[in-house]
Ligand binder design. Structure first.
Ligand code: AGV
Ligand code: CA
Length: 311
């Protein structure tokens, strides 16, 4: 039987590549998609999602807009990536969009889709947790219909990836964007798998992976992935604030092929106050979460490339 997965993403390059890859997984049935305008813009995020569903699957997947907004905006240069993917010729060849858009806001769409399934749903979140936190506030009963939450976010290392004035740099961006939402989800009874920077740091976008995809561009799907990542700077000499990792794609791959990653259980809390807002830290008596801290990176790149070759 197929795993039921509901996907909430925030319209970045790796969020949209994740959607493409999810649609290629034979044992996954996508029950719904929603888009939150955090690390990307809403309208091109919705249309790019619809076009990816249309172009790369036969499934009828509904897409919903989030009404959630954050306190700390992502840098605009990063958010502009959504327009780039949405405009790729391969997504615009048909000149049409068929995947339906829900009239519900994302958090209610999630509630509706989780309730509609007989089996439990796996939630995949590759942006901030705001919509999930709102869904749990409105419908705490859905907790028992959720298999687990798989979230790209957080870190227990000293250094996160937020480099903003008035922040001490200890947080990861998805947690920083809405720390209260992380705290709300931590209070729930959900099983949480956190794909933290510990593991995503092991899968940077490099020139060699780019060249590997380029060599396989005769496959439409591999070409699409290569085109998407052409918008991001690779890791070459040293890490900068715009160095790109395959954060969300690793998170998504861990749903399709769990044996790619290693997990450990930690007890943790989240800081909600300045200057460390969004920092996740280990503490005795804290909330139990499963943290992905290691990945077989070669097997990971092989897996996502094989999935892409299906198109
Ligand atoms: O912190 C990682 C999250 C992931 O969900 N995002 C990007 C991924 O979609 C934020 C982010 C951190 N550094 C970035 C980010 C960068 N250099 N460019 C774009 N987004
Ligand atoms: Ca993201």
């Amino acid at each position: 039987m197929k795993k039921k997965v509901y996907f909430n993403h925030d319209a970045g390059i790796d969020d949209l590549v994740s959607l493409f890859l999810l649609l290629q997984m034979d044992d996954v049935e996508l029950t719904g998609v929603s888009v939150i305008p955090a690390d990307g813009y809403l309208e091109p995020g919705i249309s790019a999602s619809r076009k990816i569903i249309d172009r790369f699957s036969n499934q009828r997947v509904e897409v919903a807009r989030s009404t959630s907004r954050g306190m700390y905006p992502f840098p605009k240069e990063w958010r502009m990536h959504t327009f780039f993917v949405d405009a790729l010729p391969i997504l615009n060849e048909s000149g049409q969009m068929k995947a339906p858009v829900s009239n519900q806001p994302a958090h209610r769409h999630l509630i509706e889709k989780v309730r509609a399934e007989q089996e439990k749903t796996t939630l995949l979140f590759t942006g901030p947790l705001t919509d999930l936190s709102r869904a749990l506030d409105e419908a705490p009963d859905i907790e028992e219909k959720i298999e687990k939450l798989v979230w790209m976010g957080g870190t227990f290392q000293e250094v996160g990836n937020v480099q903003e004035p008035e922040h001490d740099g200890t947080a990861e961006w998805n947690a920083f964007w809405d720390p209260e939402a992380v705290a709300r989800v931590w209070k729930s009874g959900l099983t949480i798998e956190m794909v933290a920077l510990e593991s995503t740091n092991q899968v940077p976008l490099t020139i060699s992976v780019r060249n590997y995809w380029a060599s396989l561009r005769r496959y439409t799907g591999v070409d699409f992935v290569g085109q998407c990542y052409a918008a991001c700077p690779p890791l070459e000499h040293f890490e900068t604030n715009s160095t790109y990792y395959l954060w969300d794609v690793l998170t998504t791959a861990s749903v399709g092929k769990p044996d790619l990653v290693k997990m450990k259980t930690v007890c943790s809390e989240v800081e909600t106050k300045v200057p460390s807002q969004g920092r996740t830290y280990e503490t005795v008596g804290g909330r139990r979460v499963h943290v992905v801290y290691d990945v077989d990176s070669e097997a990971f790149f092989h897996y996502i490339t094989e999935l892409s070759k299906k198109q």
